[in-house]
Design a protein around this ligand. Structure first.
Ligand SMILES: *[C@@H]1O[C@H](CO)[C@@H](O)[C@H](O)[C@H]1NC(C)=O
Ligand SMILES: *[C@@H]1O[C@H](CO)[C@@H](O)[C@H](O)[C@H]1NC(C)=O
Ligand SMILES: *[C@@H]1O[C@H](CO)[C@@H](O)[C@H](O)[C@H]1NC(C)=O
Ligand SMILES: *[C@@H]1O[C@H](CO)[C@@H](O)[C@H](O)[C@H]1NC(C)=O
Ligand SMILES: *[C@@H]1O[C@H](CO)[C@@H](O)[C@H](O)[C@H]1NC(C)=O
Ligand SMILES: *[C@@H]1O[C@H](CO)[C@@H](O)[C@H](O)[C@H]1NC(C)=O
Ligand SMILES: *[C@@H]1O[C@H](CO)[C@@H](O)[C@H](O)[C@H]1NC(C)=O
Length: 466
């Protein structure tokens, strides 16, 4: 007997020699056939119930499909895992950054916070996407979500904890800066003020003066009401801002101490000042020019020239015919018989003589030798003006209007010998102006006002069109 298995059915072949015979198969139907050699062949058809071949086949196909799906799911999971690892690293980085911010409360800015908040928001979004794409709960992602939430809360906390109020200050500063720009824009629109850079004298007389900018009280205090201050150029460092402050002693007469500051910031903060002593200057007519201080040597008609590098008087020379010791000093300001001035062309001195009967005399000085190069006599009585300064060879004199206003009322042009009356109001902080110094470096007026250091900008008229 041979069995042939054919897919789907079992073929039972029964071989028998000789006579064909009938076989009783209890469970199957059977047909027999006798072949040429007398072999009996019969086929048995079994019912298709015992082995689910079709189902296995289906299963096999399903398994194949599942396997492909699984692979793809698996690769997805590994992608998510990678993404999560990256997020975890980023969260760690952020946490470190926030911890550093907490420790060093000065080194961060509002921008830092904004950036971190943005990053956290972005990560929160990504994790939410992850959660919806990976159905069901995933412990890692849930944890990530909590971490991000925690981080967000931490950032808000840190921002609230901002001990030094730096952020508030920064916002304030930004608001102020915006206001400032507004003001500037408004000013630009309303008045078109011609600008003449330092050194340019191709303009008419002073047209107007800015509001006073109060710098500060002089370093010696409120009772040091007399003195002078200013900015000077140094041939050694032409770009540097160098400031000098010279309050007189409380007697309003003697110049004994002065200070030098290497920058405006230092001046404002009373920082890194170099302080020196001299014996003695007289009055508030001091100036500083090219690293030398010029002043009236006390109780004499001598002009003193002090080298600021060494604090030594290099030269002392008499100013011919000048009166001194409070003979024709300014109105309301004693002991200032000699008022030195600096303009674009160099060193000047404003004084009086007996011959001028107390009227203002202007002399141009050789700053090396202190020799008088040129002299002009004006018709303006010196004790009736409160102070004077020189810009581009033009003398300007002031007088008080009331306790809060001063007026530039008189000019004498040494280029032409002509005098004029003008009226430019100068606002002041306190009643008396003890000295006015013009700086050709920045074209500002440096005023010593009852102990306060005050500064004004100057605006000039353009030349009339010829
Ligand atoms: C055997 O097969 C024949 C024809 O295929 C059918 O008529 C008969 O009923 C079957 N007998 C049994 C017992 O299944
Ligand atoms: C985390 O910080 C380290 C070191 O600063 C850096 O190399 C890494 O790229 C950062 N990781 C991320 C995700 O920003
Ligand atoms: C999140 O914050 C809570 C409460 O502050 C804390 O209990 C929890 O451990 C934090 N979770 C993580 C993952 O930092
Ligand atoms: C105002 O004008 C000056 C000079 O013309 C210019 O430098 C400045 O940018 C202007 N400011 C504004 C706010 O427009
Ligand atoms: C001069 O400047 C002041 C403010 O500094 C201003 O109020 C005044 O209008 C100006 N005067 C002229 C004539 O421009
Ligand atoms: C001041 O004195 C120093 C030291 O003697 C000298 O080198 C310098 O040339 C003098 N003049 C100025 C303007 O500094
Ligand atoms: C100033 O004085 C010095 C020294 O006496 C001299 O060399 C120079 O020529 C003088 N300058 C002028 C402009 O007179």
């Amino acid at each position: 007997m041979k069995f042939f298995a054919v897919a789907g059915m079992l073929l039972l072949v029964i071989e028998a020699s000789g006579t064909p015979m009938r076989m009783e198969v209890p469970f199957a139907n059977m047909t027999g056939v006798l072949d040429d050699s007398g072999t009996c062949q019969c086929s048995v058809y079994l019912p298709d119930t015992s082995f689910p071949v079709q189902k296995v086949e289906n299963l096999e196909i399903l398994a194949q499909e599942l396997s492909v799906k699984f692979d793809s799911e698996l690769s997805k999971v590994s992608q998510y895992t990678k993404a999560i690892a990256l997020y975890e690293e980023r969260i760690l980085n952020l946490t470190i950054r926030i911890e550093q911010m907490e420790k060093t409360s000065v080194s961060y800015t509002e921008l830092d916070f904004q950036l971190i908040k943005l990053e956290i928001k972005e990560m929160e979004k990504l994790v939410t996407q992850l959660k919806t794409s990976l159905t069901g709960s995933n412990v890692i992602i849930d944890q990530l979500f909590v971490e991000i939430r925690n981080l967000s809360a931490l950032v808000n906390e840190v921002e609230l904890l901002d001990k030094n109020n730096i952020l508030a200050v920064r916002r304030e500063v930004a608001a102020l800066r915006a206001k400032l720009q507004e003001c500037e824009a408004a000013r630009n629109q309303s008045v078109n003020i011609p600008y003449f850079p330092p050194g340019n004298c191709g303009h008419g007389p002073i047209m107007n003066i800015s509001q006073p900018y109060m710098i500060q009280l002089n370093w010696r205090g409120f009772s040091y009401k007399y003195g002078a201050w200013g900015r000077y150029s140094s041939p050694l460092n032409p770009g540097n801002e160098l400031y000098w402050v010279a309050p007189l002693n409380t007697d309003g007469r003697y110049l004994e101490y002065y200070r030098l500051h290497n920058s405006y910031d230092d001046l404002l903060l009373f920082k890194a000042a170099k302080e020196y002593r001299i014996q003695y200057g007289q009055g508030s007519g001091t100036v500083v020019h090219n690293n030398y201080m010029y002043y009236n040597a006390h109780s004499s008609r001598n002009m003193a020239k002090l080298n600021l590098s060494t604090n030594t008087v290099e030269l002392s020379k008499s100013l011919p015919n000048a009166v001194y010791n409070d003979r024709f000093s300014y109105a309301g300001v004693s002991w200032q018989d000699m008022d030195f001035a600096v303009d674009e062309s160099g060193l000047w001195v404003i004084y009086s003589t007996e011959a001028s009967r107390g009227n203002i005399v202007i002399s141009r000085l050789n700053e090396t030798s202190l020799d008088v190069l040129n002299t002009w006599e004006t018709k303006q009585y010196r004790p009736s003006v409160s102070n004077a300064f020189i810009v581009c060879g033009v003398l300007y004199a002031t007088r008080p209007v009331n306790t809060r206003k001063e007026e530039i009322f008189y000019t004498f042009d040494t280029n032409t010998g002509r005098e004029r009356t003008i009226s430019i109001t100068v606002d002041k902080m306190l009643e008396t102006i003890q000295s006015i110094n013009y700086s050709p470096i920045d074209r500002k007026l440096y005023i010593y006002n009852d102990g306060y250091l005050i500064r004004h900008n100057l605006y000039f008229e353009p030349l009339p069109l010829a």
